[in-house]
Design a protein. Structure first.
Length: 367
C-alpha cells in the first residue's frame, strides 16, 4: 500500500538551504552558508563545499513518527524527493500531509507499508518506489526505523520480544543496506545513513536495568557501518556510510515499541519492578498499563534534544560528509567518557557522574 503526492512548482526559499527550518536569508549568511552562483552547489563559507539535497532521491525508513518524520519533513522542505516506509499507515499519512504543506519545491513523496525486519517487505518497498518515482538510483538512504524492548537475555521468559527488537533494529538496517545499496551505487554520489545509538557503544540504560536486545542490535549497526565504510572505499568510493548515534531524543519510541510488541507485557513488568523493590502487588493491570504510557510520555517530553533538532544535526553532518554522527550533548559527553574510562562504564558511579553533569537524568531510574 502506498500513496504519492506532488506539490506545484514555486520559487526556492533561500532559508531552506539550511536545514534548521525557519531561518531567514540573513540568518543563513550569518551561519556562513550560500549557494554558489556558478554551480548551484550549497557551500559553507567556513568549511568548503557541502551537499545540496535539492532534486535528490531519498529513502527514509520509520517515517511515521519521531526522527524519521522529521527527516522526511526537512528533506522535503529542502527539495528532495522521498520514499518513506513504516508499519503505521495513518502516521505516515500525517507525516506526508505535514511535509508537503511546508515545502515550496516541486517534489514527490510516497508512503509505503513495510516491516523492515522482513526482507520480502523491503524488496517490495524497493519495487514500489522504483515504479512510483520512476528511478533506478538513490542518492540517500536513511535506515532509521527502530523499536525498544527485549530487556533481559537471562530471565525474560518470552524470547519473541527479544528477537523482534533485535530483528527490527539490526535486520532492518541490514536489509535496508543490502536491498538499496545497488541503487546507491548507481548514483554519482550517494550516502547510506544507519541509525545506531549511544547504546551502540554503551550497552546499558543503568546498571540495574538489562537492555540486551536493543544494545546488541545497535552495537551490530555501528560495527557493520564502520566496516562497510572500508568496503565502500575499496569497491564503491562514491558511496559513503554514516553511523548515527543519538542520545536521549524526544520521540515516541517507548509508546511505539509497546504497540509493536502487542501491548505491555504486564507479567514481565511486574517482575522487573519487583526486582527493583517496587511494591507492585497493590497495583492493578490498568495501573501498570497507565504507568507504561506515562513513562513513554516522560521519555519524549523530558528529552534534551527534540526529534526535529536531531534530524537537523543528522542532515547537517551528511551535508558535510561526516561519517560519525553523535546527536546531542549527552551523546558527545558519553562517548568521551566511555573512551576515557571503559572499565568503569557499567558501574553505578559512571552513570551518576554523567547525570551530575546534567545529562541522562531520565535514566536515573535505571540505577
Amino acid at each position: 500500500m502506498h500513496s504519492s503526492h506532488c506539490v506545484p512548482n514555486s520559487p526556492v526559499i533561500q532559508g531552506s538551504l539550511k536545514i534548521l527550518i525557519s531561518f531567514s536569508r540573513a540568518e543563513i549568511w550569518d551561519l556562513g552558508w550560500r549557494r554558489c552562483p556558478i554551480t548551484g552547489t550549497i557551500e559553507n563559507l567556513k568549511g568548503g563545499r557541502v551537499i545540496d539535497f535539492e532534486g535528490k532521491m531519498a529513502v527514509v525508513t520509520g517515517g511515521g513518527t519521531g526522527m524519521g518524520r522529521e527527516l522526511v519533513r526537512q528533506l522535503i522542505r529542502g527539495g528532495c524527493h522521498v520514499a518513506t516506509c513504516d508499519v503505521n499507515a495513518d502516521a505516515m499519512e500525517e507525516t506526508s500531509e505535514i511535509a508537503l504543506a511546508e515545502t515550496q519545491f516541486e517534489v514527490r513523496l510516497t508512503t509505503h507499508l513495510c516491516d523492515v525486519s522482513d526482507e520480502a517487505d523491503v524488496l517490495a518497498f524497493r519495487d514500489q518506489l522504483q515504479a512510483r518515482h520512476q528511478v533506478e538510483h538513490l542518492d540517500l538512504v536513511f535506515n532509521n526505523a527502530g523499536i525498544g524492548g527485549g530487556g533481559s537475555f537471562v530471565t525474560d521468559e518470552d524470547r519473541m520480544a527479544w528477537e523482534k527488537t533485535f530483528d527490527v533494529c539490526w535486520y532492518g538496517v541490514y536489509y535496508g543496506s543490502r536491498v538499496f545499496l545497488p541503487m546507491l551505487i548507481r548514483s554519482p554520489k550517494a550516502h547510506l545513513v544507519n541509525t545506531s545509538s549511544i547504546n551502540g557503544f554503551w550497552a546499558t540504560v543503568g546498571p540495574a536495568t538489562p537492555h540486551t536486545a536493543y544494545c546488541a542490535a545497535k552495537f551490530a549497526v555501528k560495527g557493520f557501518t564502520e566496516a562497510l565504510n572500508i568496503d565502500l572505499r575499496l569497491h564503491a568510493p562514491h558511496v559513503m556510510a554514516h553511523v548515527v548515534m543519538p542520545g536521549h531524543i524526544g520521540t515516541d519510541i517507548g509508546l511505539n515499541s509497546t504497540e509493536a510488541h502487542g501491548g505491555p507485557d504486564l507479567k514481565q513488568i511486574r517482575k522487573n519492578l519487583a526486582e527493583r523493590g517496587v511494591a507492585v502487588d497493590q497495583m492493578s493491570d490498568d495501573q501498570l498499563s497507565d504507568l507504561v504510557i506515562a513513562q513513554g510520555h516522560r521519555f519524549r517530553d523530558e528529552a534534551p534534544t527534540t526529534a526535529s533538532e536531531a534530524a537537523a544535526i543528522i542532515l547537517d553532518a551528511v551535508r558535510q560528509e561526516n561519517w560519525r554522527i553523535l546527536v546531542g550533548d549527552d551523546a558527545v559527553l558519553l562517548d568521551e567518557s566511555v573512551r576515557a574510562d571503559p572499565e568503569s562504564a557499567y558501574e553505578p558511579e559512571f552513570l551518576k557522574r554523567i547525570i551530575d553533569q546534567g545529562h541522562l537524568a531520565f535514566f536515573r531510574r535505571g540505577t
